[in-house]
Design a protein around this ligand. Structure first.
Ligand code: ADP
Ligand code: MG
Length: 286
């Protein structure tokens, strides 16, 4: 066994695909301005999955919408693949999505999917925009449909003719089919029943291409730990803690993070269980 630690999965010198610096976002007219985000800084490396957690109203969706250019920043900077999106117009942002740099999945798949496009058209569209030949796109759509465990009988359906779980699988397939650089997922499993939640999380893990970074937003720590490399904790519009997922769960530093970990029942047992096993191993080997 080599005494050296294994090499980093991702070299740290690659530029981040998302770099948020000192971001402030306000809502409302001047006199009744309310702050939703304050001094938020976060960098996401290519291929990395970062979970953003926080309670309702902590500013998670505001962060997602600002990165997608749907909400203007009042201060700070948001670089997506090196481009400053806070100064972008709608056309440039659409172009960023069209070039396959940036994709998104919302909690409600009816918001991520065009209600007038069939499943086949919805999945083929981002590929065709990138100039993939129609026959190639059709083949790739079928492959992806199988990978999200949906039957080809759904290809001609409209989003309104699918179940919630099926719809979210289509939305996930559409977001990942072009292997984009960055996907923003805002509560992608929160509206699903537990069986569908497990399935969609599994699909996300399987389908994410090596070079695709995910920002996975959830109010539920339990949904995020299995998929995230790092976790960032938002509390009242500020990032109070960012760290490797296992460190945040095993040794949360901020009181709010501690509260989140304590109130996630499936996590509470895990560290104790590990400690028990470690103690047992130590006994057996000494
Ligand atoms: P989360 O997604 O974590 O629940 P949001 O980003 O949706 O939080 O909201 C953060 C804060 O900004 C909340 O206080 C919310 O009421 C406020 N807010 C969100 N959207 C708007 C809006 N369109 N207009 C005014 N206030 C908003
Ligand atoms: Mg939200």
């Amino acid at each position: 066994m080599s005494p050296h630690p294994p090499p980093e999965k991702r070299p740290t010198d690659t530029p981040p695909v998302l770099k948020v610096t000192d971001l402030d976002v306000h809502y409302g007219p001047r006199r009744r301005r309310r702050r939703a985000l304050h001094g938020v800084s976060l960098a996401v490396s290519p291929g990395e999955t970062v979970g953003v957690i926080g309670e309702t109203g902590s500013g998670k969706s505001t962060l997602a919408r600002t990165v997608l250019g749907l909400v203007p920043a009042s201060a700070g900077s948001v670089l997506v693949d090196g481009d400053e999106v806070t100064s972008y117009g709608r056309r440039q942002l659409r172009d960023l999505r069209r070039r396959g740099v940036l994709q998104y999945v919302f909690q409600d798949p009816l918001r991520s999917l065009d209600p007038d496009l069939t499943v086949a058209a919805s999945l083929a569209e981002p590929l065709l925009i990138q100039g993939v030949r129609p026959d190639e796109a059709a083949a790739r759509v079928r492959t992806f449909l199988a990978r999200v465990r949906l039957g080809e009988d759904l290809l001609d359906r409209l989003p309104g003719e699918l179940s919630g779980g099926q719809r979210q699988r289509v939305a996930v397939a559409r977001a990942l089919v072009t292997e984009p650089r960055l996907v923003i997922l805002d509560e992608p499993v929160s509206a699903l029943d537990s069986a569908n939640r497990v399935q969609v999380l599994k699909i996300l893990k399987e389908l994410r291409a090596d070079g695709t970074a995910l920002v996975f937003i959830s109010h539920d720590l339990g949904s995020v730990v299995g998929i995230a490399d790092r976790i960032a904790v938002l509390y009242r519009g500020e990032l109070v803690e960012t760290g490797a997922a296992r460190d945040v769960v095993s040794t949360p530093r901020h009181p709010y993070t501690r509260l989140l970990v304590r109130s996630a029942p499936t996590l509470r047992a895990a560290p104790a269980h590990r400690a028990e096993r470690a103690a047992l191993r130590a006994l057996l080997h000494t």
